[in-house]
Design a protein around this ligand. Structure first.
Ligand code: HQG
Length: 181
């Protein structure tokens, strides 16, 4: 796969594994959001554009994702994060004292007013380092990185979930736990 194809296949994989598996005849394990890698392969091959795709192509996408979007384990594949509402169950965990969230300048007044909301996803996405936050926040305009005080958030009742590879998820984060980094 060349880079453009790889990106396009990655988008299709996130669509199936995060948002609309039903549309592709795939059912995801309600716990971890996984499906058999061959199930995913067949669903993708059913798309005219992707009839010739192989397991190796899927593995290439998984391997080359800088954010490690996907995980393959025991013949099953899942998106590690990014799901639409009510798709996956994560186990609550103990986050580091500080987490980061990357956003854009235009969203800032609203975030500092009502806090971080999951918007169209199941959870708000946070990270232990600023690199992941930078990649996330740079997608829609001028990057702003927010620093999250997790002890304060926990006092306010926020539960944190670990998605692996430095990514943390939360239902929402009150505004008084967020400051511009
Ligand atoms: C913002 C991508 C106004 C929030 C990324 C973000 C990440 C608010 C946007 C992952 C708000 C939602 C997730 C509020 C939050 N008012 N705006 N109260 N609360 N927002 O895409 O975190 O490439 O759903 O700051 O890189 O940007 O797909 O979340 O800008 O890792 O693998 O509302 O998805 O990864 O946008 O991105 P998103 P996100 P992938």
């Amino acid at each position: 796969l060349n880079q453009a194809m790889e990106q396009s296949l990655s988008k299709l994989m996130t669509k199936i594994l995060r948002h609309t598996p039903e549309q592709f005849g795939v059912s995801l394990d309600p716990k971890d959001g996984s499906c058999g890698i061959h199930v995913l392969l067949e669903a993708i091959q059913a798309q005219p554009k992707w009839a010739g795709i192989t397991i190796e192509d899927i593995e290439q996408v998984v391997r080359n994702s800088e954010k490690q979007r996907f995980a393959i384990e025991d013949g099953r594949i899942r998106a590690r994060y990014g799901h639409s509402h009510d798709r996956v169950q994560y186990t609550a965990g103990e986050p580091p004292a500080v987490l980061y969230h990357g956003t854009n300048r235009k969203a800032l007044p609203s975030i500092l007013g009502e806090g971080l909301q999951p918007m169209n996803r199941q959870y708000v996405h946070l990270s232990e380092g600023t690199h992941f936050a930078t990649l996330a926040g740079s997608r829609r305009g001028e990057l702003v990185i927010l620093k999250i005080d997790t002890s304060r958030a926990k006092e306010a009742g926020v539960v944190f979930f670990y998605a692996g590879n430095e990514v943390w998820l939360a239902d929402c984060v009150p505004a008084d736990c967020c400051s511009v980094y």
